[in-house]
Design a protein around this ligand. Structure first.
Ligand SMILES: NC(=O)c1ccc[n+]([C@@H]2O[C@H](COP(=O)([O-])OP(=O)(O)OC[C@H]3O[C@@H](n4cnc5c(N)ncnc54)[C@H](OP(=O)(O)O)[C@@H]3O)[C@@H](O)[C@H]2O)c1
Length: 352
């Protein structure tokens, strides 16, 4: 699809997710960054001065010299899309101001994920839920929009569950996460708390993992999203991994299936037709590894440039039906890359 370049901005540009946005938007074929914004601690400073860059890829030259502005629509008038990597409290106040000003907000924050008129999107799974934007504009009387992506632990899990749901139906899922440090933002968890340790509690995370997949695996109806009738139980843990969330899942299906049938369904899974062929469409959407000790965060997190979901260890479960391990990159597919994919869908559906 050829189209004019769209001006965009990043809110929370100095943080863990904000840096991923800056990196992934470098040379994006559709989007050009016209503003970077952060808190009043950073406002007025050059990006290179305010940001403690933690990515392996170098900070893009165009970003180094940009002066950080405040996260308000008045200071970011030129952007048609803002990518929000704000903490949830700030996102709750600020994101509607942008939507009111006619700007589309692609948000990583949890503030509006549960709102009935706000799409919670993994385009490869539920691209049709973008239809909620029309209802949102009608209800809220704004010409902008708020679109959200799920919490980073639900991301790969939901992609894998959708492939299984489509072929065999789903009743229950019991999941245990091993979550990377970058998921806690920067500087995040103190080193003395996490080295030689596992922290078996991440505030609010279990509730998100038990609810968000139900919205994404649900159906879009004229009355809104009908939640999928699947029950979840989640344990969420922080581990000493830099990037890449691992989830161990056991699932009960509508009807039993063999590991071979599950592997075939996962391998054959393709992105939703509305979300295929976009610049950020994962390739492959799901990669199934056959080795007994994969996926591993250090070896597998950059599969498909960090946008693919990697599944392995598919085997029978003695309590439910099937168990497996799923890995996805939390700040790429689970955050910035996911938001950019959502924005591409918004543009390709002519909803911008
Ligand atoms: N990390 C992940 O894997 C992940 C995945 C999915 C979703 N998320 C969500 O994405 C959001 C960002 O997470 P993160 O991990 O990138 O956090 P982070 O590293 O703590 O970064 C927060 C960013 O927000 C800015 N900020 C803080 N307070 C602000 C305020 N009052 N006004 C304006 N800007 C403010 C910070 O700017 P300063 O540098 O100026 O303080 C920084 O740029 C959160 O809502 C998080 O839950 C994160």
């Amino acid at each position: 699809m050829s189209q004019p370049i769209i001006p965009v901005a990043v809110l929370g540009a100095t943080g863990s997710v904000g840096q991923r946005f800056v990196s992934l938007l470098d040379n994006h074929p559709w989007f050009k960054v016209v503003a970077l914004a952060a808190s009043d601690r950073s406002e007025g400073k050059k990006y290179a001065e305010a940001c403690r860059w933690v990515l392996n890829d170098p900070m893009p030259d165009w970003a180094r010299e940009m002066t950080l502005v405040s996260c308000l629509p008045d200071t970011i008038r030129d952007a048609r899309i803002v990518f929000s990597a704000l903490p949830a409290d700030q996102a709750k106040d600020l994101e509607p101001q942008f939507a009111q000003a006619g700007i589309a907000v692609c948000s990583n924050a949890s503030s509006y994920r549960r709102a009935e008129d706000v799409p919670l999107l993994l385009p490869e799974v539920n691209a049709d839920h973008i239809g909620l934007i029309k209802q949102q504009r009608l209800h809220r009387g704004w010409s902008g929009a708020i679109l959200t992506n799920p919490n980073c632990t639900s991301t790969g899990l939901t992609v894998a569950l959708n492939a299984i749901q489509d072929s065999f139906g789903l009743k229950r899922a019991f999941v245990v996460s091993l979550q990377a440090l970058s998921g806690a933002g920067y500087p995040g968890v103190p080193s003395l708390d996490i080295i030689d340790n596992v922290i078996p509690n991440i505030g609010g995370e279990e509730e998100k993992v038990e609810w968000e997949p139900r919205k994404m695996l649900g159906s879009f109806t004229p009355q809104g999203i009908q939640l999928a009738d699947v029950k979840f139980s989640a344990h969420t843990n922080r581990v000493a991994v830099v990037d890449g969330h691992t989830v161990c899942a056991s699932v009960e299906l509508d009807a039993p299936a063999s590991p071979q049938e599950i592997i075939a369904a996962l391998s054959a899974y393709r992105a939703h037709p509305l979300a295929a062929g976009l610049p950020s469409t994962p390739d492959p959407v799901i990669l199934v590894r056959s080795e007994a000790d994969r996926p591993q965060p250090r070896l597998d997190r950059f599969t498909g440039k960090g946008m693919s979901t990697v599944v392995g260890r598919v085997r029978p479960d003695p309590l439910l039906h099937i168990k497996f391990v799923v890995l996805s990159h939390n700040t790429i597919r689970g955050a910035a890359g996911g938001s950019i994919y959502n924005a591409e869908l918004l543009v390709s559906e002519k909803l911008l």
